[in-house]
Design a protein around this ligand. Structure first.
Ligand code: NAD
Ligand code: TYD
Length: 337
């Protein structure tokens, strides 16, 4: 089988390529990635000479390169996106270009190439925010209510993917998952930033009261979910993926502080993110019941492994915390001392 993975040089995409090569070594993988600030060829060093792997540097918004990459492809897994909420608040335009227009270019090429499956990787953020006091969880039936430019762009892309199913009979599936963590995560998201800041002797910036809740999903669990959706998922269907691991930011941070022998003195309260979604939580009954998916990793153990990975791979993340990153950091965390 020939699999086109877009955004394969990013966090989840590169984990997925490592996972797929191990699990399905007979398949041929094409990785189409623009290598934005978040894309990193180093994530795939160990596979770059694999005979069943081809890297194409290119933009999913470019119909010509997408058409070339799509030739002979059986299955597409679309990870390519601008993915960071804070950057979408600083400048929404690349989010609209890549996440909305880029997805449409991919869909068009996939329909023309008559691929057997187009899987779109999306987020629980399209559903909006839950209250702290409520016990509600997002499911496949929850109405869309995106509240950040990032979430709005992902919501638009999901709608386009479904439109190609109904209008052009493109065999699609969509997954909406919760916050991922693990190796190779660009050090701008909460867990990767917290660990690397502490390792550099810097503080962890905590937005607002720190009581925002996320359902942290280990990236390998997510890769297994996508694998199952590709093999057993029903065309046209959406699957929500989460692990009932709802935890307040402050509690995640306390665990990381403890693992690295640090204290709350190594944190700093900063100005809150505008429109900050209070709580995300996912009901994963559908993927569990219909496809037999389950999480195989506990939060405690996978967080410990993740901390160790960043300790063991300081060259990897230090190269990313460069001048460009510093400029972003200064802009984003103006109030930090
Ligand atoms: P990431 O930012 O780490 O990686 C994105 C990758 O896409 C990078 O390699 C980048 O170079 C590439 N890319 C960006 N624009 C491109 C373009 N125009 N053409 C080609 N390649 C381009 O993101 P991630 O965290 O790995 O997320 C992957 C997908 O999963 C995204 O679609 C994201 O919305 C979704 N998602 C992520 C999370 C999470 O917690 N990280 C949670 C839910 C859903
Ligand atoms: P993030 O990792 O950016 O993911 P998302 O916004 O997609 O959920 O943020 C996770 C949570 O952590 C969110 O509530 C915002 C918060 N946060 C901080 O408190 N400080 C930070 O420096 C960052 C990046 C996030």
């Amino acid at each position: 089988m020939r699999v086109l993975i877009t955004g394969g040089a990013g966090f989840i995409g590169s984990n997925f390529i490592h996972y797929w090569i191990k699990k399905h070594p007979e398949d041929y993988i094409v990785n189409l990635d623009k290598l934005t600030y978040a894309g990193n060829a180093d994530n795939l060093k160990s596979v770059e000479n694999n005979q069943n792997y081809l890297f194409i540097k290119g933009d999913i918004c470019d119909p010509k390169i997408v058409g070339e990459a799509m030739k002979g492809v059986d299955v597409v897994v679309n990870f390519a996106a601008e993915s960071h909420v804070d950057r979408s608040i600083l400048d929404p335009s690349p989010f609209i270009t890549t996440n909305v227009l880029g997805t449409q270019v991919l869909l068009e090429a996939a329909a023309n190439a008559r691929v057997k499956r187009f899987h779109h990787v999306s987020t629980d953020e399209v559903f909006g925010a839950l209250g702290l006091a409520s016990s509600e969880r997002f499911s496949e039936d929850t109405n869309y209510n995106p509240r950040s430019p990032y979430a709005a762009s992902k919501a638009a892309s999901d709608h386009l993917v479904r439109a190609y199913f109904y209008t052009y009979k493109l065999p699609i599936t969509i997954s909406n998952c919760s916050n991922n963590f693990g190796p190779y995560q660009f050090p701008e998201k909460l867990i990767s930033l917290a660990i690397t800041n502490l390792l550099e002797g810097k503080k962890i910036p905590i937005y607002g009261d720190g009581l925002y809740v996320r359902d942290w999903l280990y990236v390998e669990d997510h890769c297994e979910a996508i694998d199952l959706i590709l093999s057993k998922g029903k065309e046209g269907e959406t699957y929500c993926v989460g692990v009932d691991n709802d935890i307040a930011n402050i509690d995640v941070i306390k665990k990381i502080l403890k693992m690295l022998g640090k204290s709350e003195k190594d944190t700093e309260r900063v100005k809150d993110r505008p429109g900050h979604d209070r709580r995300y939580a996912i009901n994963s009954e559908k993927i569990k019941k219909e496809l037999g998916w389950q999480s195989n990793h506990t939060f405690e153990k996978s967080l410990t492994q993740t901390v160790k990975w960043y300790q063991d791979n300081s060259n990897w993340w230090k190269a990313l915390k460069n001048k460009e990153f510093d400029a972003y950091y200064k802009k984003q965390y103006k109030t930090l001392s």
